[in-house]
Design a protein around this ligand. Structure first.
Ligand SMILES: NC(=O)c1ccc[n+]([C@@H]2O[C@H](COP(=O)([O-])OP(=O)(O)OC[C@H]3O[C@@H](n4cnc5c(N)ncnc54)[C@H](OP(=O)(O)O)[C@@H]3O)[C@@H](O)[C@H]2O)c1
Length: 280
């Protein structure tokens, strides 16, 4: 099958990042064997960027899929992939960052991640998993000390680029004011009904790449909404052009300026060259 080249952005770290990633969050998740097979199929059809996190429970199956893709010759070496993972809130403390990344690398069976993000700007007690219960378990969070731990991961070559997720302008500025290595990425919820213009402006001005989670509004998940896929303007364009709303969305949004990464879970792996051919 012909592989489509996904556009890339050069991050402030100097590393290239494919602008479309396959997201790996899911609740409930399919069994590991099915996940491995989904990720292998994704590599076969052209995905090169995968977005995982220690809290998603997808690092191990993703690592197995990477190993299998190498074995099958779908990729020639690991460097052809871009793997993002994230530090969970229980480990958002200077001394815990490096051990957490080492555990992530053990699960992925890789020697480095391409991008390592602080998942949320909070620290919670060990064992806290679900966001709803985090409030009861909040601990003091030292942003700059945690960021120092992230920088150490980068200096050791265990993360090629480092960044944050779900950070506001104020919290990002705290890091930028003291960082030796500035965050390369801020991954935030961003879609047509949640456009985050002020944050975009701030990140643009400071060379921090914004990537979008839930670009389709996370249709179908308990944290999502129908506001994107049921947007009447997008629906009208989609029906006039005989395309899906998701295709219209991907077309009108970000490619011109390389502003965001769109992260799509293509459930049926429907990515084909036709996706990017549309005249609106
Ligand atoms: N950093 C963070 O805090 C954070 C938070 C959330 C997510 N993320 C990352 O971002 C990724 C994407 O976010 P998300 O999964 O929440 O939301 P999303 O990509 O906006 O929505 C995913 C859902 O959209 C539907 N969908 C996907 N492709 C479609 C298509 N071509 N046509 C119609 N519907 C389509 C599917 O719903 P159905 O299953 O109903 O078909 C799928 O489950 C995650 O997998 C994760 O890696 C990061």
């Amino acid at each position: 099958m012909e592989c489509n080249k996904i556009p890339e952005v050069i991050l402030n770290s100097g590393h290239r990042m494919p602008l479309i990633a396959m997201g790996t969050v899911g609740d409930p998740l399919p069994p590991p064997e099915q996940l491995i097979s989904i990720y292998i199929d994704a590599i076969a059809i052209g995905y090169r960027h995968f977005d995982t996190a220690s809290i998603y429970d997808t690092e191990e199956p993703l690592g197995k899929a990477v190993a299998k893709a190498l074995e099958l010759g779908l990729i020639n070496n690991r460097d052809e992939l871009f793997i993002t993972s994230k530090l969970w809130c229980t480990d958002a403390h200077h001394d815990l960052v490096l051990p957490a990344l080492k555990e992530t690398l053990r699960k992925l069976d890789l020697s480095y991640v391409d991008l390592y993000l602080i998942h949320w700007p909070i620290r919670v007690t060990k064992g806290s998993k679900y966001l709803e219960s985090l409030n009861e378990n909040i601990l003091p969070f030292d942003i700059n000390a945690t960021w120092k731990g992230m920088e150490e991961c980068c200096e050791l070559g265990l993360a090629k680029s480092i960044g944050v997720s779900n950070f506001s302008c104020v919290k990002l500025k705290k890091i930028l004011d003291q960082a030796t290595i500035p965050p390369a990425v801020n991954q935030v919820e961003l879609n047509i009904s949640w456009q985050q213009e002020k944050l975009l402006e701030f990140c643009r001005a400071n060379g921090v790449h914004i990537s979008a989670w839930s670009p389709l509004g996370s249709h179908g998940s308990y944290w999502g909404s129908h506001k994107v896929l049921e947007n009447p303007v997008l629906q009208n364009i989609a029906s006039a052009k005989e395309k899906s709303v998701a295709q219209v969305f991907i077309y009108i949004y970000p490619f011109d300026a390389h502003k965001f990464v769109l992260e799509f879970v293509f459930k049926f792996l429907m990515y084909s060259s036709d996706w990017f051919k549309m005249d609106i």
